[in-house]
Design a protein around this ligand. Sequence first.
Ligand code: SAM
Length: 274
Amino acid sequence: MATIDTKEPNAELVTKTQHYGDDPLAVRDSDHYRNEYVKTFVEKWDELIDWDARAESEGQFFIDILKARGKKKILDVATGTGFHSVQLMKAGFDVTSVDGSAAMLAKAFENAKDRRIILRTCQADWRFLNRDLHGKFDAIICLGNSFTHLHDEHDRRRALAEFYAALKHDGVLIIDQRNYDAILDNGYSSKHKYYYCGDKVTAEPAHMDEGLARFRYAFPDGSEYTLNMFPLRKNYTRRLLSEAGFQYVRTFGDFQETYQEDDPDFFIHVAEKT
Ligand code: SAM
């Protein structure tokens, strides 16, 4: 069993360059995320998301949802560089921060420490969550378009079953995703208002088909990175959540309850066990 750690996570096993082999479009593998979040990309991630702008655009959305339901003990399963873990700890929640990438967790720990916060971290893959982390939580958050990293339906169902099991009987899962329906059906456009708020960085699809969303991230210093993701359609994710056992699934579009289907850049699903 992996222990929960409050010491700096070890990122030394992390590689420096991304490798997709001869045919990058053929890389559709749920294990590949660890090779994609190489140290140099992780170091740049916060330029892409811009914490201050993101905090302003999200406002109290997640905090309000959690507080309205009386949730206190939160598991952030896609910690990344730590944005939501830190926001929630600042707001007084008891947060445990999980990620499958050692590089991401190390960066999150450093980011929190810079803000005088000590993160409780645990490196674990969602598909083996309850093997590696014990305890039941009031709420799980899986944010920043993270679930899209799972390429096989079997892995998605398995991860959702692990999330469900790690929640208390009345727990809530908040999971978000890009509006892939709009990109697949109408082509890509973005308001760049939410999530990836850094204004000097571009994040755009390099390839889209029903089985692959390959995004390219270009930074002002000329460096470029890519992520190969699975383009989740909104109703498909909602169905997976229901089939995992969640009784109520409510989907917001760019933090609004009502929206035109094509309009939002991101969907946020709030899935309740009871
Ligand atoms: N939530 C952060 C944010 O909003 O900035 C990070 C988002 S980043 C797009 C996705 C994160 O999910 C990465 O840190 C990655 O390592 C993690 N991840 C992807 N697949 C995973 C898996 N199967 N198990 C655990 N973590 C995973």
